[in-house]
Write a protein that binds this ligand. Structure first.
Ligand code: GUN
Length: 285
């Protein structure tokens, strides 16, 4: 068996198109374009790549993109003051502070400072809490993007045995809540999990989010399972690769995301969709 590919690049292009239509509907009706502020602190090369993509795609769909680049030695008070300014700015609907922050900063207090109505990353405790309670709110881009990708492919989720490898605040935890809300039976695995292999073998939906290239061998994958690889790891050769050994997993899975071209593009497109949603909620036409 060779898995069907979950083509995130194509699904993200469709999502961006629908966001562009929503933006045009607002601006064509005399409204202002949704505004996204993307804040980068320091010069982490991977963050620079992601931030560039976010800003460029924001402009492509007709939104206002505001870029804020702070030096790596900026103090936390300066970043908090910028967040306060953006919270109060009527042209800005979404605020994204790219993570990780430099080690002298404390990410949670920065996230806590963002107005939950502008928290297009869905990282604020209010939005995480609303997700946990299955209430509407801004939902974290990567897990929300994974849900959109599975839905786009018509993959039914209710009743599945889902195993998430990774317990981060950005992916593992909100992913677990998303899948629980979709009525999966959810297991979150982490570095202290006993017999990870048995857990993965028991799953008909696997989400890998550990950030270690080829961490999950293909022969752990159940025949026909859905495999979602959130890992984006750059090898010394410069090649990007996921957390799952793609070539061997593909022989067993029913569906699988490639890296690159799987989850990554969905994360950015979902950020745009969240920004449009935030604009519509703050400023209905
Ligand atoms: N760093 C890695 N992924 C993300 C994300 O989705 N949002 C932010 N703000 N930083 C990240």
């Amino acid at each position: 068996m060779s898995a069907e590919i979950l083509d995130g690049k194509a699904a993200a292009a469709r999502l961006r198109q629908s966001v562009a239509t929503g933006v045009a509907r607002r601006t064509g009706g005399g409204g202002r374009p949704p505004g996204l502020a993307v804040v980068l602190v320091g010069d982490n090369p991977a963050s620079q790549v992601y931030v560039r993509k976010k800003r460029a795609q924001c402009e492509e769909v007709g939104m206002l993109s505001r870029a804020y680049d702070l030096p790596g030695d900026a103090d936390q008070e300066r970043l908090l003051a910028l967040v306060d300014e953006l919270n109060a700015d009527p042209a800005i609907d979404g605020i994204l502070v790219q993570l990780p922050l430099p080690p002298h900063m404390e990410a949670q207090s920065v996230i806590d400072r963002i107005d939950p109505a502008k928290d297009v990353d869905g990282f604020h405790p209010v939005n995480m809490g609303r997700l946990a309670l299955k209430l509407p709110g801004l939902r974290s881009c990567t897990p929300h993007g994974v849900m959109k990708l599975l839905e786009d492919a018509g993959i039914a989720l209710a009743g599945r045995d889902a195993v998430i490898v990774g317990q981060s605040n950005i992916v593992g935890r909100p992913m677990a809540l998303e899948l629980l809300n979709a009525r999966c039976t959810v297991t979150i695995c982490h570095s202290r999990t006993r017999d990870l292999e048995a857990r993965v073998r028991g799953a008909d939906l696997v989400v890998a989010a550990v950030g270690r290239p080829g961490f999950i061998p293909g022969d752990w994958i159940q025949e026909g399972a859905v495999v979602v690889d959130v890992g984006i790891n750059r090898l010394d050769s410069g090649k990007l690769t996921g957390d799952v050994d793609f070539d061997s997993a593909r022989e067993r899975a029913g569906w699988i995301t490639p890296v690159p071209g799987g989850v990554g593009p969905m994360t950015v497109a979902t950020l745009l969709a969240n920004t449009l949603d935030a604009a519509e909620a703050r400023d209905p036409l």
